[in-house]
Design a protein around this ligand. Sequence first.
Ligand code: KIV
Ligand code: ZN
Length: 387
Amino acid sequence: MSKNKIFIFDTTLRDGEQVPGCKLNTKEKIELALALEDLGVDIIEAGFPISSPGDFESVSEISKIIKNATVCGLSRAVEKDIEVAGQALKHTKRGRIHTGIGTSDSHIKSKFNSTREEILKRAVQAVKWARNFTDDVEFYAEDAGRTENEYLARVVEAVIAAGATTVNIPDTTGYCLPTQYGEKIAYLMNNVSNVDKAVLSCHCHNDLGLATANSIYGAINGARQIECTINGLGERAGNTSLEEVVMVLRQHKQLDLYTAIKAEKLNPISRLVSETMRMPVQPNKAIVGANAFSHSSGIHQDGFLKDAQTYEIINPEEVGAESSKIVLTARSGRSALAYRFKNLGYDFNRNDIDVLYAQFLELADKLKEVKDEDLQPLAEAQKTKQQ
Ligand code: KIV
Ligand code: ZN
């Protein structure tokens, strides 16, 4: 196993599907699971089998069909949950049980009315139960972001000793700063004696808009798995978005970290997830938003037309997006207008463009965007004047 590979654990079908309105039936889940496998994700978290008979069926059917990725089912640290997850995964080639419990004082006291020692015992027990069904057990320390590091290290060491092969360090509430989350992972890498026997995983929520940054800091500090979703879907403000972490690692080669994701499939799968889950993507969303590769201000358009790299760090083809767009608005300049006329088959000189630009601005102040059909009459009138 390469030390520099970041395993991509996709949880669109579990954490992403928890978003109100995004619920999927088995057929839809299978379609998305196949697309995720085709994208190159390493692990597909297919659902939470005990949560409903429908989700049990989805995990079970996905585990029969998926051949290259590991299929994972979520459970609480409860024997019945784990048993049901084990049954849902029984047909899979590579099955993982993801079990865990809250480890922050807030969870221990408010949710479980328990003690740190008791929670530690329950964590170990859950991993042992899960190991009866598979050798691939991931433990999550829920709310690890707000769990004191010394206690968290004890939990991580104990669950690895009990047989966990991946340990998930979720920033469940999206609270951490990137430096804090990175330091947490570094602390575990340096203070858990058996950490070399497991992979540490980042699972960051986006409540402060820091999920991607936190996951990257986790990876820089030694985590080798990132849990994420297509379009950043997930509870509340969402999870780390898969397309963002993949492209951060591709752009910043100096980090020496890579994933197996086929980047050219990022936009097609984003559209598929958005349509299937009935959840539109915000236009300014990085990598997959409708405006991710469009340029509308005069200064940017002029620079972009001279050399695309002045305003684009990613070639849209690399991520399967449509080619870059020059959008004409009242903030656009002469070079963008001349470029658009040229594309429409008109070769106007500088003087013509000056005249047309004044007419264009009048129109643009009235419209949100000036389209080709708005420009055509201006161009034709200008041509007639020339004759
Ligand atoms: O956010 C979280 O802590 C989770 C766990 C169940 C992994 O989703
Ligand atoms: Zn989560």
